[in-house]
Write a protein that binds this ligand. Structure first.
Ligand code: SF4
Length: 315
């Protein structure tokens, strides 16, 4: 993007100014094997960046990713490659993430063959078994992505991720582009795969109803930082942080299966110039004078519950 910006600036005779933006800052998150963690926040809060870092797609500028007790960066090359395969990502828009020129058999079968999981001779049978696992008819393996419906394309995206035998899926708004009835089918598929394969999930979504339904634990992010972590059953009934409360209060409740949050009062501050103190203070109805200058740290407020709010010091 900077290359494009530089070329454009050159044509306009302008200068490109670089900024230090912390899309994700001071986040530490431990996810247990087999757990489903929901990651929630408004657009631009850093949840996609965090998901991509967990999946190894973008490296953190500082900090580390620890997989099964070992820092990924310290693993020997072959082990690092194997560990990277174990964490796969399922994207929002299956059409954009699937190569339109490849047949489904190639989309699903290429990576396991390249990584030595199956031989060329075994590839067709292997692809058929993965297609069955995600509810696709193997008879359609020779078709191209555009010949499938949106829900089927997402199943192809899930099959592609499963084909390299991961144990961790990062799902970034993976059901957001689908109709509600198709969403339910894909969520059920995720849960079946969790039960059958013991998969772990980081489930990024702006749909609170989906997260409440699917996640054991929910993490709320605001402007690049985690502000609350709690078991979903507790967070959705008794949120602690004023931002979590605002998200839940603003969520339309006419159809409780679809609780996508509405904008909270005030603008999200620019990550280029985040507010001092608590980043939520310009929008917080409960802000104290100290909130403008002192940044609250994320601390345990009850067993298994973390929150970053000065109000917890007063209880
Ligand atoms: Fe509101 Fe202050 Fe808590 Fe931030 S620290 S959420 S501004 S009360």
């Amino acid at each position: 993007k900077l290359d494009f910006a530089e070329r454009l600036a050159k044509r306009l005779g302008a200068k490109v100014q670089e900024f230090d933006v912390r899309a994700v800052d001071d986040v530490s998150l431990a996810i247990a094997p087999g757990e489903v963690v929901g990651l929630v926040g408004e657009s631009g809060c850093g949840k996609t960046t965090l998901g991509r870092m967990v999946a190894g797609i973008i490296p953190p500028s500082s900090g580390e990713l620890i997989y099964r007790g070992r820092p990924m960066a310290a693993l020997p090359h072959d082990e690092a490659r194997q560990a990277t395969l174990k964490i796969q990502m399922v994207f929002q828009d299956p059409m954009a993430s699937l190569n339109p020129r490849l047949r489904v058999s190639e989309i699903i079968g290429e990576a396991p063959r390249v990584h030595g999981i199956v031989s060329r001779n075994e590839q067709a049978d292997y692809v058929a078994s993965i297609m069955r696992k995600v509810g696709l008819d193997p008879a359609y393996a020779a078709r191209f992505p555009h010949q499938f419906s949106g829900g089927q394309r997402q199943r192809i995206g899930i099959a592609r991720a499963l084909a390299v035998q991961p144990d961790f899926l990062v799902c970034d708004e993976s059901v957001a582009a689908l109709d509600v009835s198709i969403q339910a089918q894909i969520i059920n598929l995720f849960m079946e795969l969790r039960r059958d394969l013991g998969l772990t999930y980081l489930f990024i979504s702006h749909d609170l109803g989906v997260v409440e339904h699917i996640a054991d634990r929910t993490v709320i992010m605001y402007l690049g930082r985690v502000v609350e972590v709690a078991p979903s059953a507790e967070l959705f009934t008794k949120p602690n942080h004023p931002y979590s409360r605002a998200l839940l209060d603003e969520a339309p409740r006419v159809d409780t299966r679809k609780r996508t949050f509405a904008p909270i009062r005030g603008e999200i501050p620019s990550p280029l110039d985040p507010p001092a103190g608590c980043a939520f203070h310009p929008r917080c109805p409960l802000a104290l004078p100290r909130c403008r200058s002192e940044r609250p740290s994320l601390r345990e407020i009850a067993p298994g519950r973390l929150s970053a709010c000065h109000l917890n010091d007063m209880q």
